[in-house]
Design a binder for this molecule. Structure first.
Ligand code: ADP
Ligand code: MG
Length: 398
């Protein structure tokens, strides 16, 4: 069942509170990456073209309920204003007298941006009083903040209980793409799962196993699987308390007919600081060394498998990709994902950053704007910010 779309609403002349995810990397007044602002533009444009009186709201960073000058949203308002070529008024507070006055004066087709919601401790507490203050500003609520949908906060969950609620285009696209992966993936379907720890990814692996034909494992978490197979990992990052879970996944994979791919060669070094690592097989890891990347033979094998798939989901770098010495495995796999004509989806902050750094983002079918949210969605969990929105009944108020 799909969720009610904002396009079913008559927004003309009405006050619309739209939750967006403007949690962008920022230093001083400079926005280092405006991808998330751009991702919200289709919804913002649709609302103003339909003469909504638009009140945007977002969190930025982790101010923990206090005003932090370096986490004000004014630079985001300025960037948004450039992108849509119209003024965006930044409010000095998330709610309060100045906001109420500004909303009263807001004319159809114009835009206000509330101050960082997390300046108010009641936001993350999902305080009903704060949700009521937000709801009092508007006639309708639209959630387009997929990246925050896994949080039950006042602006993502509480307020939706108080106003007629719907979702925007970005939220719709995230839900439909990730639902397609879970419900109707074209087979063969493969998942590349990397990143630091098994514990972060166990939920998504278990939920995907019955749906995927190939599971390609890399990153720090591959170490725990190799350990479970009796390899010696030297000083590598391993989770000895997750060995049972790794073994369980290997057994489950046999049951679901999923082929699990593990590294056969790796890049090792005595420390993460070195300028270059050494390639070795997984049977020859020195006790003094640690594994920081998959090796070239493994990367080539993974790339070959990717070329044979019809659907690919990727989460987590295959090595310590922040460092040039250990970025090759991730680059090779990223290039292979970008080169396929297969339906490709990437989720996860570090994997998305790696693909963007390589300039390959345009060749991926869907780059999720929500790291944590996309993982929880693919774990099969209900996301509070989505669950609270009514289902689409097909009826229209417009
Ligand atoms: P994502 O943000 O894409 O979900 P994660 O946050 O799970 O990815 O994992 C990224 C982190 O994993 C990076 O900081 C990277 O350095 C680390 N990592 C990857 N491979 C290794 C490894 N072999 N040893 C230690 N850390 C690793
Ligand atoms: Mg990460």
């Amino acid at each position: 069942m799909s969720k009610r779309s904002m396009t079913k609403e008559d927004v003309s002349g009405r006050r619309v509170l739209c939750r967006v995810d403007f949690n962008v990397p920022i230093s001083g007044d400079r926005i280092e990456d405006d991808t998330r602002i751009r991702a919200a533009l289709p919804t913002i444009r649709w609302l103003i073209e339909h003469d909504a009186r638009l009140i945007l709201c977002s969190h930025l960073g982790r101010p923990k309920g206090q005003v932090r000058e370096d986490l004000r949203l004014a630079p985001v308002a300025a960037r948004l204003s450039e992108l849509i070529a119209q003024p965006v008024t930044a409010m000095p507070e998330p709610t309060g007298p100045s906001v109420t006055l500004a909303v009263d004066d807001l004319v159809p087709g114009s835009i206000l941006l509330l101050e960082n919601l997390r300046f108010d401790p009641r936001e993350e507490a999902n305080d009903p009083g704060f949700a009521r203050e937000l709801a009092a500003l508007a006639d309708l609520y639209v959630n387009d903040a997929f990246g925050a949908a896994h949080r039950a906060h006042a602006s993502t969950q509480g307020v939706a209980l108080l106003l007629p609620s719907s979702i925007g285009f970005l939220m719709q696209r995230e839900i439909s793409t990730l639902t397609r992966l879970l419900n109707q993936p074209e087979r063969p379907f493969g998942a590349i799962i990397g990143g630091a720890k098994v514990s972060d990814k166990i939920g998504v692996i278990e939920h995907l196993l019955p749906r995927i034909d190939q599971l390609l494992i890399g990153g720090g978490m591959a170490n725990t699987f190799l350990l479970a197979q009796g390899k010696r990992l030297g000083g590598s990052l391993v989770e000895t308390d997750k060995l049972e879970q790794a073994r369980h996944i290997l057994v489950e994979a046999e049951r679901t007919g999923t082929t699990v791919q593990l590294p056969s060669d790796v890049v090792v070094a005595s420390s993460i600081e070195v300028a270059q690592g050494t390639v070795t097989t997984v049977d020859d890891i020195d006790a003094e060394d640690a594994v920081f990347d998959i090796g070239p033979t493994t990367a080539a094998r993974y790339a070959g498998i990717l070329a044979s798939l019809r659907t690919v989901f990727w989460n987590g770098p295959l090595g310590v990709s922040e460092r040039a010495a250990f970025a090759q495995g991730t680059s090779t796999v990223a290039a292979a994902v970008a080169a396929t004509t297969t339906f490709t989806v990437i989720g996860g902050g570090d994997s998305v950053a790696a693909v963007e750094k390589l300039g390959l983002a345009a060749k991926i079918d869907h780059i999720s704007t929500g790291g944590g949210a996309s993982l929880e969605f693919l774990e099969g969990r209900s996301l509070p910010g989505i669950a609270v929105i009514p289902d689409d009944t097909g009826a229209s108020d417009a």
